[in-house]
Design a protein around this ligand. Structure first.
Ligand code: FES
Ligand code: FES
Length: 164
């Protein structure tokens, strides 16, 4: 049995310790924002945040997560009350098919937590490993800049409020 803390809640998970976090999130906890893309750590669609760092959940086994704080896109806000990252991606219409977007948002959230005012180049370097087959890269770039601005001017996101 592994105790997994996700979006501030403890869960007792009865699964093989080698089970990838992505499977636990989607199949045990019904948290479906993180997507299965490649399953090989190569596309970024499954990205979540663990203790402040962006992590590929498809290649992160449960056994590494005892006592750590996992945040998924569901922890950044809701449809009724989207957080700054979510608002910015909606306002910039950054999604086309949307498959890569949850991972992009989590990577952007992790970046903005450590660097609240990244340059264009810093955002490009950070997001570069994540694949978007629809080619909405310029909108995603604008959305990250917008999110940075919102975080400095608007209410803090739910995750930031919880951390206070
Ligand atoms: S599904 Fe995890 S990196 Fe592609
Ligand atoms: S919006 Fe379709 S893969 Fe990125």
């Amino acid at each position: 049995m592994t105790t997994l803390k996700v979006n501030g809640q403890d869960h007792q998970i009865d699964a093989d310790p080698d089970t990838p976090l992505l499977y636990v999130l989607r199949e045990e906890l019904a948290l479906n924002a993180a997507k299965f893309g490649c399953g090989l750590g190569q596309c970024g669609a499954c990205t979540v945040i663990v203790d402040g760092k962006a992590v590929l959940s498809c290649v992160t086994p449960l056994l590494l997560l005892e006592g750590k704080q996992v945040t998924t896109l569901e922890g950044l806000g809701s449809i009724e009350a989207p957080g700054p990252i979510q608002r910015a991606f909606i306002e910039e219409q950054a999604a086309q098919c949307g498959y890569c977007i949850a991972g992009m948002m989590m990577l952007a959230q992790a970046l903005l937590q450590k660097n609240p005012k990244p340059t264009d180049e810093q955002i490009r370097i950070e997001l570069e490993p994540h694949l978007c087959r629809c080619g909405t890269h310029m909108r995603i770039l604008r959305a990250v800049h917008r999110a940075a601005h919102l975080m400095q001017t608007a209410d803090a996101s739910p995750i930031q409020r919880n951390a206070q």
